[in-house]
Design a binder for this molecule. Structure first.
Ligand code: CP
Length: 318
């Protein structure tokens, strides 16, 4: 898909109450989120960092899977937009007493929740809810399906550092098969004109991903010298049902970004990771904290991107 021109982007209107994935978004809609995030990042530099955009609205942060970055980031984003916020975890909800997800969501809606941010281990859970409640539903990661705000904050960070996405070589390395982050990145990056290469063992990076317009490689060292961005992903043990490689030592030997292997990178190649990091596995600990790493910028940018998403979807919600 060809990226939209600046003129086309400027005429794009947001017309979605929900953000379920990036697959269904146009390049214009993605650019609109990034430009809205630019404005909110600017707000974050002011002495008073709060704006009244969602005053009077209530956001429920409903996390059925663990999270550090995404949950906190959505909470802070909602507070900066002056929304009221409630955090619910699976353990503290009546899901543990057998209540269905649909009933839980409808009860939250009956309490006038305007925006429901949901993380769930089942792919499709956010869509299931979005079709059944009038509240705005934002996907904060569903199974191995999508993690749209992570994909958006990743392209935002690349665009901020490199000034563009179009024409860049982006390598996504690791457990692609079970990664919702990989899928959201693939959709956003290809729509904005990047060349994406997926790298990892053939069991975790099957050729069928080529249908998304990306290149598949099982040879990290041949990919690193051309990369403008390397995005490392952790092994998603919680979603794997089988052994996909002989052992961690073997994985590190072939696919870990070690200090030796990092010498193959261009000096200005960005090193990214969505977190949580398994230091010494997918990435060497020093590299994670080194000059090429933008891992904490990703976290910082997540706040502005999530403010943009809440602002855009919250403005559409009934
Ligand atoms: N990147 C990410 O989703 O991190 P958390 O699981 O901590 O939210």
């Amino acid at each position: 898909m060809q990226p939209l021109s600046a003129e086309q982007t400027m005429t794009t209107r947001w017309n979605r109450k929900d953000l379920l994935g990036l697959r269904e978004l146009s390049a214009g809609e993605i650019n609109l989120v990034l430009e809205t995030a630019d404005a909110f990042k600017q707000v974050g530099t002011r002495e008073i960092k709060k704006v009244p955009a969602l005053r009077g609205k209530t956001l429920v942060n409903f996390f059925v899977e663990p999270s550090t970055r995404t949950r906190t980031s959505f909470e802070l984003a909602a507070l900066r937009l002056s929304a009221d916020i409630i955090n619910i975890s699976a353990e503290a909800s009546s899901l543990t007493k057998g209540e269905t997800l649909k009933d839980t969501a409808r009860n939250l809606e009956a309490l006038h929740a305007d925006i429901l941010v949901i993380r769930h281990s089942s792919a499709g859970a956010p869509q299931f809810l979005a079709e059944r409640v009038s509240s705005s539903v934002i996907n904060a990661g569903d199974g191995a399906h999508e993690h749209p705000t992570q994909g958006l904050l990743d392209v935002y960070t690349i665009r901020e550092r490199r000034g563009r996405i179009e024409g860049l070589n982006v390598a996504i390395v690791g457990d692609i098969l079970f990664s919702r982050v990989a899928r959201s990145n693939i959709f956003a990056l290809t729509k904005l004109g990047a060349r994406v290469t997926l790298v990892g063992p053939s069991t975790l990076v099957p050729r069928e991903f080529e249908k998304f317009g990306v290149t598949v490689s099982h040879d990290l060292e041949s990919v690193l010298p051309q990369a403008d961005v390397v995005n490392l992903l952790r092994i998603q043990h919680e979603r794997q049902r089988n052994e996909y490689f002989p052992g961690l030592g073997e994985y590190i030997r072939l696919f870990g970004l070690t200090r030796e292997r990092a010498k193959l990178l261009k000096p200005d190649c960005l090193i990214m990771h969505p977190g949580p990091i398994n230091r010494g596995v997918e990435i060497d600990s020093e590299l994670a904290d080194g000059a090429q790493s933008v891992i904490l910028d990703q976290v910082t940018n997540g706040l502005a991107v999530r403010m943009a998403v809440l602002y855009l979807c919250g403005g559409i919600a009934a």
